[in-house]
Design a protein around this ligand. Sequence first.
Ligand code: G4P
Length: 530
Amino acid sequence: MKEVAEIEKRRTFGIISHPDAGKTTLTEKLLLFGGAIQTAGAVKNNKIKKTATSDFMEIEKQRGISVATSVMAFDYKNKKVNILDTPGHKDFAEDTYRTLTAVDSVILVIDCANGVESQTEKLMEVCRMRDTPVIVFINKMDRYGKDPFDLLDEIEEKLSIKVRPLAWPIGMGDEFKGVYNIYENTLSIFQANKTKIGEELLKLENVNDPQLDEIVGEKFAQELRDELELISGVYDDFDRETYLSGEVAPVFFGSAVNNFGVKELLDAFVEISPAPRGRKTDIGFVEPNDSKFSGFVFKIHANLDPNHRDRIAFLRIVSGKFERNTFYKHIRLGKKLKFPNPTSFMANDKSVIDEAFPGDVIGLYDTGNFKIGDSLSAGKDLNFVGIPSFSPEIFQELRNDDPMKSKQLDKGIRQLMDEGVAQLFIQEPGSRKIVGTVGQLQFDVILYRLTHEYGAKCSFTPLGYHKACWITSDNQQQLDEFLRAKTGNIAKDKDGNLVFLAETVFLLQMAERDYPDITFHKTSEFKVGK
Ligand code: G4P
């Protein structure tokens, strides 16, 4: 059946890393090897430069670029590879978290000198929440970095995932000789080369092949033999099932900027990574080969031109076949919608498509019907679950500076929240509007857009909260007591869920200790699973 074959072909994944580890470079190189672009430099670097924090238009320009490169698709070895781009800047981390709900696996890039960094830890927590399979690519081996064994230990420790090297580096920095593929017994010989793609590959009998000594020298050849022995003693053999269940991450080494180790990574990726997976809904699990179309919106991008208010909703197809101009039910609104111009994205190029299959991400032009997390279905009424909001970490009160413009402000803030730019909490009692974000940049974005797109007049005042936690309890009495004791620190989110605004880590811990029957949730995901 055509549909089954189409599903089996797709590989939808995201690349994650701490900023500067080489995510953009690796993405570009994968596109080069995949034939989607012809020259290096074609994919604009969409990361928001640290220096541009106050230059709002610069941010927007860069956000604009990131729309074009939001999904990059190419064909490779009979597979249709979809790379979902994730913003590199930490202030847009929530975008990244949500994009991870739409992928079936990830490639994690680690800088060999810096090891596991803070952003990597957070992103991996999100991957672990849904057991997303992970492949690790240790980058920048052309520089001196940490010892590879130490790096593997660090990954296991800090990211709570087991690792299994599938390749092993020979030397590093100026003495980087290449990478030995443990299962194929091939040697990729390193040459610093930023423009040419392709690497010199030598098939060896096994690691004792004397050719190895000739090429990398006796010292390095012996070191490699010793290290491989250690590896086979310490790590279990690679087992695809443990990778697919998110327990073990296979590890590769290379240098993205030098096109080195990238083809090897891509070849292994298309071989072992999962085909599109199903997703949980409030009425049960939906499999990709269920015949009726279904999908969910995980990202909304606004058109910033005030003359064109339309937005693009990014929809991940979970089951069945999506067809252009066909009515599908928007479950939350309970109404049928059809889409005359659904688009697919090919690196820097958008085109209208007639059909799409599970694993694909399409763009739907939207005039305000969609919120992040919305589900579309051709069959049963179902809501996909597990598209979480995360506890914000920076809070500011939104003040209306012109009572005549209240309507504009309300509409604007509601729409921005639907797009997932930030989270709005309304303080109880009272009606103070508290905006929570994970990064400072969002406040610039919100203020600019409320003023320019919606004509509101407003300002922000910083608030000293540490974290917002959703609270639930089966013990109504204790909950009531808590609400009474913490008046002033209680708010409701956009769906009316109770939220505790804790001023410090200590006060949050105290609350957890004093009110043991109350659960303090760090993500809003608990709501939907019920
Ligand atoms: P990011 O998206 O994860 O933030 O990282 P990005 O690819 O932009 O890479 C960050 C920097 O690391 C870039 O240098 C890039 O050229 C460099 N880089 C990537 N891969 C390698 C590698 O294998 N070896 C070495 N030595 N460097 C690598 P930059 O100076 O910040 O930018 P650029 O001017 O080179 O573009």
